[in-house]
Design a protein around this ligand. Structure first.
Ligand code: COA
Ligand code: AMP
Length: 633
């Protein structure tokens, strides 16, 4: 079927369309109710279907004769380890670890926090949780104890699963002390902490801590617990505009249907082929396309503990492609910028046979045309930019290569994926004509897979996403549609920034900066960075009488940021300014600062307190190299 016909049907007859797609999965009881409203008035998919996501992703394939197929490839240049798990081995490990969790009292609906590096045990822990109908919340290893504590406090997990260490390029990061500190900081204490000991670092266990390997020796394999399609599978915290991260909830049914559909419609994958998302299980890309999508589709997935460069060189992606016969590679544009920086002529590519690779997919941040053109030129492969968010769990816009490969336009994430009715709206919610930039919104109902709520706070969900424009989900991204319906995402319209494909909240960083005793006021903005896309910079105003030089202040703030948010914040610069532009009511004009930084200052709001402050801050930012050069587009 052509893309246009498929898309049209998904928008005109969403229930019939998704009922049809749901048949591709093995339900315990097929849903009778396809689309319904929950008690909060939110659209829900497949609410009365009976299922288990881990069953669909593992047991089903084993029962259908694919037990000997490789399910997971583990490749870790940082530890020198490589291994594989067949579907049968994965099933054995997952069922046993589910037994371990069960022996710790974990039941359907309980939460499990997983704080692990990129090792197969992270995937096993996630699937084991799903097997019991419990809810996992994976926290990225680059977050500091305070961030982990915030998530523990919100999710209230019964158990926490971790490893003795993570391994970055040239350092080992002991995780247990970080976990202990987080639990100490949190008002909620998990009943137990299960630790996978890695040979590189031995964690000290005490109290209710349990050793993964010891527990597995005596564990009784647990069966799959049936859940309703609308029961939660996981909570994944993501940065919002305030200091408190949002616990994006994913349901079981819609998620499985959407991911299964996407594996072919978007990625053109067939069961048995090798799919590699070079991300981390701590991010949504890792949840959807390292763990659930490829396994639901019966593919082989790759768990890679390394970087695109420096582990050991910029040929890592090509080496992996040849070694494992990867058909589709999915990574963030920043990874390709890093490869390009180290190997501009892609000389290392010449050492490998990448003929298995059919398409390169990129997401996580805008794919800038120079990176797009370089990747196409050097690899000779089609490159697909696709736009999505933690909230949606899968791509909103893409080139649907499994349905029809459409013409690519650099700078565009191509067209809306079937199920997503994407509109560009003006400030009062009216659709804008082609070419005009506005807020990107999705007409309700959203397709299966998208968040139905924020954990424990449906009001926040409604306020954050549904109230700005009635009948629409607001994405927080701005952009435009061209006259052929291609979507161009130009960036966030709020205080969320993207640093090396990682989503961070400047509001959260401002809370950290503002806690410095010498700082009266501050604004943290994202400024252009040629490698990481954006990096945060603090513009700070000192308290009267404060005496501290910029260098010392910057050093102290960098330390505070690493301690409170983690190294992943990549906060390295603070600039002391004499004042910040404000409205007459005293609100800092953050949008104006963002516009100056991106070199797109459109107009100065009439509510500004002192118009001269704009020219002043513009001059300072220019002098400090914080304004993007237009040639960098
Ligand atoms: N655990 C602990 N620390 C981590 C970590 C983890 N899982 N991941 C990153 N960090 C640390 C790094 O060691 C670094 O610390 P440092 O400041 O002490 O050196 C810091 O966080 C910043 O890391 P990063 O942004 O990854 O920078 P980098 O210079 O190490 O690597 C890139 C740069 C571009 C190679 C890397 O950011 C990358 O591969 N990005 C792709 C991201 C991605 O896949 N996103 C998912 C969306 S698809
Ligand atoms: P995350 O929730 O971490 O996946 O980040 C989602 C945000 O990343 C989106 O709201 C966009 O701002 C940005 N983003 C992701 N993919 C793209 C893309 N292909 N083009 C432009 N921006 C993107």
């Amino acid at each position: 079927m052509s893309y246009a016909a498929e898309y049209q049907r998904s928008i005109e007859f969403p229930e019939a369309f998704w009922k049809d797609k749901a048949r591709a999965l093995s339900w315990f009881t097929f849903p009778e109710t396809i689309l319904s409203k929950d008690d909060n008035g939110i659209d829900r998919w497949f609410a009365d279907g009976q299922m288990n996501t881990a069953y669909m992703a593992i047991d089903y394939h084993v029962e259908n004769g694919h037990g000997e197929q490789i399910a997971v490839i583990f490749d870790s240049p940082v530890s020198g380890q490589k291994s594989t798990l067949t579907y049968q081995q994965l099933l054995d490990e997952v069922a046993k670890f589910a037994g371990v969790l069960k022996s710790k009292g974990v039941e359907k609906g309980d939460r499990i926090v997983i704080y692990m590096p990129m090792i197969p045990q992270a995937v096993i822990a996630m699937l084991a949780t799903a097997r019991l109908g419990a809810i996992h919340s994976v926290v990225f290893g680059g977050f500091a104890p305070h961030e982990l504590a915030v998530r523990i406090e919100d999710a209230q997990p019964k158990a926490l699963v971790t490893a003795s260490c993570g391994i970055e390029v040239d350092k080992r990061i002991p995780y247990k002390p970080l976990v202990d500190e987080a639990i100490a900081l949190s008002a909620h204490k998990p009943d137990c902490c299960i630790v996978f000991q890695r040979p590189e670092v031995k964690a000290e266990l005490s109290g209710s801590d349990a050793d993964w390997a010891t527990e597995m020796q005596t564990a009784q394999p647990a069966q799959c617990t049936p859940v309703n399609g609308s029961d939660p599978l996981y909570i994944l915290y993501t940065s919002g505009t305030t200091g408190k991260p949002k616990g994006v909830v994913r349901d079981n049914g819609g998620h499985a249907v959407a991911l299964k559909y996407s594996m072919n419609a978007i990625y053109n994958m067939q069961p048995g082929e090798v799919f590699w998302a070079a991300s981390d299980v701590g991010w949504v890309v890792g949840h959807s396309y390292i763990v659930y999508g490829p396994l639901l589709h019966g593919c082989t997935t790759v768990v890679y503990e390394g970087k695109p460069v420096r582990t050991p060189d910029a040929g890592a992606f090509w080496r992996m492609t040849e070694e494992y016969g990867i058909k589709a590679l999915f990574a963030a544009p920043t990874a390709f910028r890093a490869i390009r920086k180290e190997d501009p002529e892609a000389n290392l590519l010449g050492q490998y046979d990448i003929s298995s690779l059919k398409t390169i997919f990129m997401a996580g941040e805008r794919l800038d045309p120079p990176t797009y053109l370089w990747t196409v030129d050097k690899t000779g492969k089609p490159v697909v930019d696709h736009w999505w968010q933690t909230e949606t769990g899968w791509a909103i816009c893409a080139n649907p290569t499994g349905l029809e490969t459409l013409e690519t336009k650099p700078g565009s994430s191509t067209v809306p994926v079937p199920g997503f009715n994407v509109k560009v709206l003006d400030h009062v919610g009216e659709p804008l004509p082609a070419g005009e930039q506005g807020a990107i919104a999705i007409k309700l109902p959203m397709p299966p897979g998208c968040l139905p709520t924020i954990w424990g706070d449906c009001e926040r969900f409604k306020q954050s996403y549904l109230e700005a424009y009635p009948n629409y989900y607001t994405s927080g991204d701005g952009g435009y549609k061209d006259d052929e319906g291609y979507i161009f995402i130009m960036g966030r319209t709020d205080d969320v920034i993207n640093v090396a494909g990682h989503r961070l909240s400047t509001g959260e960083m401002e809370e950290v900066v503002a806690a410095h005793p010498m700082i009266a006021e501050c604004s943290v903005i994202g400024v252009h960075d040629s490698l990481k896309g954006q990096v945060p910079v603090g513009l700070v105003l000192l308290k009267d009488g404060a005496t501290i030089d910029e260098e010392t202040l910057q050093k102290e703030l960098v330390e505070m940021m690493r301690k409170e948010i983690g190294p992943i914040a990549c906060f390295q610069r603070a600039v002391i300014v004499p004042r910040l532009p404000k409205t007459r009511s005293g609100k800092i004009l953050r949008k104006l600062l963002r516009q100056i930084a991106s070199n797109h200052l459109l107009s100065v709001p009439s509510t500004i307190d002192d118009p001269a402050s704009v020219a002043e801050i513009q001059a300072i930012m220019q002098k400090q190299g914080l304004v993007k050069e237009t040639s960098e587009e």
